[in-house]
Design a protein around this ligand. Sequence first.
Ligand code: NIG
Ligand code: FE
Length: 414
Amino acid sequence: MKAIINLNQLVTCSHTSSKAKRGPEMNDVGVISNGAIIIDNGLIRGVGSTYSLQKTIDKIPKENIIDGKGKIVIPGFVDSHTHAIFAGTREAEFAMRLQGKAYMDILLAGGGILSSRQKLIDSTDDEIIEQTKARFDRMMAFGTTTVEAKSGYGLSTEQELRSLELLKALSDRHAIEVQSTFLGAHAIPPEYKDSKADYVSLVCNEMIPIIASKKLAKYCDVFCEKGVFDVEDTERIFETAISHGLELRLHSDEIEALGGTELACALGARSVDHLIAVTNSGLKALEKCETIANLLPGTSYSLMKTFAPGREMIDRNIAISLSTDCNPGSCYTESMPMIISLACLNMKLTPAEALNAATFNGACSLGIQDRVGSLEMGKEADLLLMDMQSYEAIPYHFGINPVLRTMKFGEWIS
Ligand code: NIG
Ligand code: FE
């Protein structure tokens, strides 16, 4: 048994229901002053004030107790949208974008996602693993305990399978928890430039059946965007994914709204992501369903675009989460504290709303909120010891790493 006691704040992010938080619920992060948390066998065995837990604390050996005076504990971040498995980087494109080149123009000219594809093909398994491991290590240091990671730089059966297999091999020996997503429909490979329907057929008839049978991914995602995959392609891929037992996530309304959000809601997707250009019809669809609007303010920041209407979504009772979108093109960051800060300053979320979106609601978007995402009795002990007096300092003191230590399933991993 171990414990952290005398915390200035123990922030639980707990919820009375297993559904995502919405509207005013987003402002409740469950703060316990002079808090303590007790952990045994990876699970949370006590949450409350240090005073109320004193009898149990007295039975714990001194060396297993951390004095959290002047510090806080919050749940580990759930980063529910990343493209973390990739090879090489694209800073030359970053410089081009600074000079006014559009992200989509770079892709349509054969760069962007397609240049990352070439780098993946040209890299050895060890190189890809080593670079991805370094990213997972940075994520853990910045407080992420669960990460969703997508394929999508392979764009062939062989290379998509390879990406997901490498991701599995790495996650089997890394402390961070990985939830895998198949994103074969991330870009149209040049060899299918004039026959997109054939590539969609390859995704549906070959990639999805193999990936599902090998259990290499839990979710299926599509980049639904003008010049990439349209709503019709998305529907074909999603129907196939559902029939093979995969759950759905969607890149939608990142640059232009095509109607993907409405489709994803109708098909019961776990999340619809980006939503920078969401329309009123998309917002109406989100109001009526359980699908979570997964917002990625780092991408708006790095693409120098407007931000998704997070404030309006909360006010309209739409369930939102926040993620990094960590990828080599549109947003290269592993830092969830940075994302929380961007969401507060640019979407006008309160610190509490942003924290719930980065923890409990992130877990909801992955369907794992019964295990992780909040600090409650019986749940897994995924938590962060933070160097601050109040959780409100997370967005306020930006550009630094406020995480002192990261705990995953009861063990300090960073
Ligand atoms: O979410 N837009 C599609 N996919 C990623 C970017 C991938 C890349 O540029 O490498 C995104 O922004
Ligand atoms: Fe993305």
